[in-house]
Design a protein around this ligand. Structure first.
Ligand code: PBG
Length: 324
């Protein structure tokens, strides 16, 4: 008798039973942009359907997100005032710290993740302090650690350093532990590429570098073994979870990192991936819902334990309705 795998595809119940990849809302993280001001919820032109909110309207977004079935959010702060040292990033009354406090007060059971980086806060738009035209790794570490601590003290359950400085996880861990915040987790963007897929994000967060690019600290898209090295170093330094970013174009990297990682691995489906799908769907060129679902399945199949996505609420709804 010949073996016929097609038998396993006979009907939906059997297909679901035989599925190798299963998704659940618990894997989803939704990114939110917080800007300074009052009573603001504004559309982000380069990311149709995504919004920036002020700390006071943030609970409204959280209500929506939670109703959709998503329990975790990742916060990006957009300050009014930027300077060379990114001081608003570690101001205890900074925009992200305010949002964390309000968010945690209204929804104590939700999981709040703070993005730790300086690029949204520096006048030059780079992710660290500058020495001439290059980013100065070691002095930047203390500022990142201060940023992480101020977020933890404001209510972040997890801090997520996305700066790509060497030694950032160790510096943050030491600072948190020294202040008695040893329960705060570190979800490190260990494997982050210098990617053009971040384009819409830089518009959303006003964080494009004013000169040059990020190639001296973010990774070269041609490399995968370097990604494994970055991942292992961050784990050794104490990362509780690590991230590969962007998502879909880097599934091979995700798989390679997953195979060597003893901690949960996240994939970040970034702004460019979001906006490409939105733009094509707007023109009627793609079936938006099906493409969103398939993309999430591919990330999970590629090894993602956690999916960070601007589509998180749509994905959670589909899961609840048994469509995914
Ligand atoms: C901050 C940061 C960026 C993203 C997440 N954290 C931008 C960048 O590195 O330029 C991109 C996220 C996205 O594109 O959705 N360093």
């Amino acid at each position: 008798m010949i073996v016929r795998p097609r038998r396993l595809r006979r009907n939906k119940i059997i297909r679901d039973m035989a599925a190798e990849t299963r998704l659940s809302p618990s894997m989803l993280v939704y990114p939110v942009f917080i800007r300074e001001g009052k009573d603001i919820i504004e559309e982000i032109p380069a990311m149709p359907g995504q919004r920036r909110c002020s700390p006071d309207t943030f609970p409204r977004i959280l209500e929506e997100v939670r109703r959709a079935g998503v329990n975790s959010v990742l916060l990006f702060g957009i300050p009014e005032h930027k300077d060379e040292r990114g001081s608003e990033a570690y101001n205890e009354n900074g925009v992200i710290q305010q949002a964390l406090r309000t968010g945690k007060k209204h929804f104590p059971e939700m999981c709040f993740i703070g993005d730790v980086c300086l690029c949204e806060y520096t006048s030059h738009g780079h992710c660290g302090l500058l020495k001439g035209e290059t980013v100065d790794n070691d002095p930047t570490l203390e500022l990142l650690a201060q940023t992480a601590l101020s977020q933890a003290q404001a209510g972040a359950d997890i801090v997520a350093p996305s700066d790509m400085m060497d030694g950032h996880v160790a510096a943050i861990r030491a600072k948190l532990d020294g202040a008695g915040m040893d329960d705060t987790l570190i979800f490190s963007y260990a494997v982050k590429y210098a990617s053009a897929f971040y384009g819409p994000f830089r518009e959303a967060a006003g964080s494009a570098p004013s000169f040059g690019d990020r190639k001296s600290y973010q990774m070269d898209p041609r490399n995968v073994r370097e990604g494994i090295r970055e991942a292992l170093l961050d784990i050794e330094e104490g990362a509780d979870m690590i991230m590969v970013k962007p998502g879909l174009p880097y599934l091979d990297v995700l798989r390679a990192v997953k195979e060597v990682s003893e901690v949960p691995v996240g994939a970040y489906c970034v702004s460019g991936e979001y906006s490409m799908i939105k733009a094509a769907a707007e023109r009627g060129w793609l079936d938006e819902k099906r493409v969103i679902a398939e993309s999430a399945v591919c990330l999970a199949r590629g090894g993602a334990d956690i999916i960070v996505s601007y589509f998180a609420p749509e994905l959670a709804k589909m899961m609840k309705e048994g469509e995914l």
